[in-house]
Structure formats: C-alpha cells, structure tokens
Design a protein around this ligand. Structure first.
Ligand code: TRP
Length: 333
C-alpha cells in the first residue's frame, strides 16, 4: 500500500516568527496539513549553531516557535510538533551524512556563506555552523519526508539534502525519497526598511505576535518611495515595501488597486496608504493573536502537544535508522 506523503519543515528557534516566515513557509504548512502527514520541527539543536552560549534563550524561543506555529492555524490533530533534540536518530544520521558530503561542497552553500557574512561570524564560525545544512538533511530524511515548505533562503539546503539522499541511495540501495522544496507565494519578503529581506538581525521585522500599537508604529515608520518628496508627486510602486505588504496581506484588492492608481498619479499621501495597511495587517493578525492567546494561557497543553508529536516522529526515525544501520552493515548480529 502506498503511504501518505509526508511534510517535514521547521524553524530554528532564534526568536518570534514574523510576516516573512508567514508568506515563505507557514501559510503552506497550514494549507497542506490535511493533505500531507505533517511534521513541524522545533529545530532547537540548530539554534546552537547560531549562538551556543544561551541555552535558556534557546529553550524559551523553542516554546515561542511552537506557539507561533499553533497560532497561525496548525492543528495538532493533523500536524505534529517535534522537538529535534529528543530524536537521537537525527544526530546519528547526521554523522553518516557527514561522510557522504564533500568538504568543498559544504563550504559552497550560498545561504551559509551569506549568514557568516551578515552575522559577522568571520573566522570564529563554528564547524557545526558550516555543517548545519547536513543536520537539516538528517532532520528531513530521518522521517523520509517528501516535501519541505520553506522560504527562498532555504533552497540551497534542500539541494544539499537531495544530493545526500541520492548519494546514499546510490551507495547503499534505494532508501530515501529525494525531497522537493516548496517555496511560498512571496519567496522573500522585504523588510520595513525596504531592504531585500525581513530579518530579525536587520531589525526590520513585523512579528506575528506584535500588538496593534506595535504594528501601527512600525508601519508609520516604514520606508516608501525615497524619490517622492511631496504627496502630489507621482510615486513608484515597484520595490516600495508599503505596496509589497498591501499586495501580500490586504484582502481588499479593490482598495489596493485604487491606492496604487492614486499613488502613481500623485493623488494620495503616504499616511493614507499606511493607515490602510495598518488596518489590513491587524485584520490579518487578529485571528493569529487570538489563537496565540488561547495557547499561551494553557502552557501544559502546548507541552503535551510537543510531547506527543515528538513521540510520533520518533517511531518513524527509529524505523529509518534501523534500515540505515542494516544497509551500512553496522550490526554485529
Ligand atoms: N534551517 C531552517 C531555518 O533556519 C530551520 C530548519 C531546521 C529546517 N531543520 C529543518 C527547515 C528541516 C526545514 C526542514 O529556518
């Protein structure tokens, strides 16, 4: 009998999730949870690659990550939340994958190179940091996932995952699916400052858990069209973050078209465009805030959800690793 297709994706818990995560991956997780057997990884061990010195923060952020995932509408009956550190099979698989991937290939991953640069890691970058895409491959393949909804920046990691799966299959016989990446409808959401990427380390972020006032303050401070000096000047839409967000989050398409039209012709000021964006964003965020509050008030329930999700994934990982050890002739008996 053909098994149900599986999704595994997840987040490195470095802080709260934001609008960029939503359009990049969260939306697809929610949309596909009924169709696929879905596993959402709280990748707490990954977080040590980025900053090993703060285990309390990583723990706290892991719970925030769980809350954010539940808040956007992942249903624990359909999607399992999985705590990475509780699945030792992942780390065993990571060891074998480390033997299959070439050293030069590891050093060529463009996302890792970018991160080393903008996080200023330089020569101090850890061995684990450079190798984290292989840990990610082990996450994904430990449960033999078929599909991985991710933001655009994760695509190189998926490429590495696919390579390692193929290599393993070639050497030891068909074992792993070669998983596909699924990138969201906005591959890379601009920051509130107009920079190409919304990112916590760039400080240009609107969080899913921001209050009405926080959203308002951030939007009112947003960059728009730097070439437009007066509201009677014709403005530019393309690359203008206020309109990028209207397109991504305002469900009133007529309003968006009207604003664009007037903006192009110098017939609307930034303030009106921004006030309408605040309203649209708050409308989008309200149900997310409501679900978040419900789970925040029941922390035991959240722990229970993570516990049972982790147990479910553990069973699959145990099965996979027993097959892997068999194929690698690691058993005495
Ligand atoms: N590297 C991903 C990020 O930083 C998080 C992650 C860890 C992940 N393991 C994964 C994503 C497995 C998809 C699949 O966002």
């Amino acid at each position: 009998m053909e098994r149900r297709k599986r999704i595994l994706t997840g987040d490195t818990p470095t802080g709260k999730l934001h609008l960029g995560h939503y359009v990049g991956t969260l939306e697809n997780r929610v949309k596909l949870q009924s169709e696929y057997e879905t596993y959402i990884l709280l990748a707490n061990t990954h977080a040590f690659a980025k900053d090993p010195g703060k285990p309390e923060d990583i723990f706290k952020n892991t719970l925030e990550d769980a809350l954010d995932n539940l808040a956007v509408g992942l249903d624990p009956e359909k999607a399992s939340l999985v705590l990475e550190s509780q699945i030792p099979e992942i780390f065993e698989l990571y060891t074998y994958f480390g033997m299959l991937a070439s050293h030069n290939r590891i050093l060529r991953n463009p996302t890792v190179k970018d991160e080393i640069k903008y996080k200023g890691l330089g020569e101090h970058v850890s061995f684990g940091f450079v190798g984290y895409p292989l840990l990610q491959a082990a996450d994904i393949l430990s449960i033999k996932a078929d599909l991985v909804p991710v933001g655009d920046d994760q695509v190189p990691h998926l490429e590495q995952t696919r390579e390692v799966a193929r290599r393993f299959n070639e050497l030891y016989g068909e074992t792993f699916p070669v998983p596909e990446a699924l990138v969201g409808r906005v591959a890379r959401l601009a920051g509130t400052d107009g920079k190409a990427k919304m990112s916590k380390s760039l400080g240009n972020v609107i969080y899913l858990s921001d209050s009405h006032d926080e959203v308002k303050n951030k939007v009112m401070m947003m960059f728009t069209d730097p070439t437009r000096l007066r509201s009677t000047d014709p403005g530019h839409i393309e690359g203008n973050p206020v309109f990028i967000y209207h397109d991504a989050f305002n469900t009133n398409k007529e309003e968006v078209e009207d604003l664009k039209e007037r903006y192009l012709n110098g017939k609307v000021g930034d303030i009106e465009v921004k006030e309408k964006l605040v309203k649209a964003l708050n409308q989008f965020l309200d149900p997310i805030r409501e679900r978040r509050a419900k789970y925040e008030n029941d922390p035991d329930k959240v722990l229970e959800i993570i516990q049972s999700g982790t147990e479910k994934a553990s069973l699959l990982a145990a099965e996979t690793l027993s097959e892997v050890r068999e194929k690698l002739k690691l058993r005495l008996l």
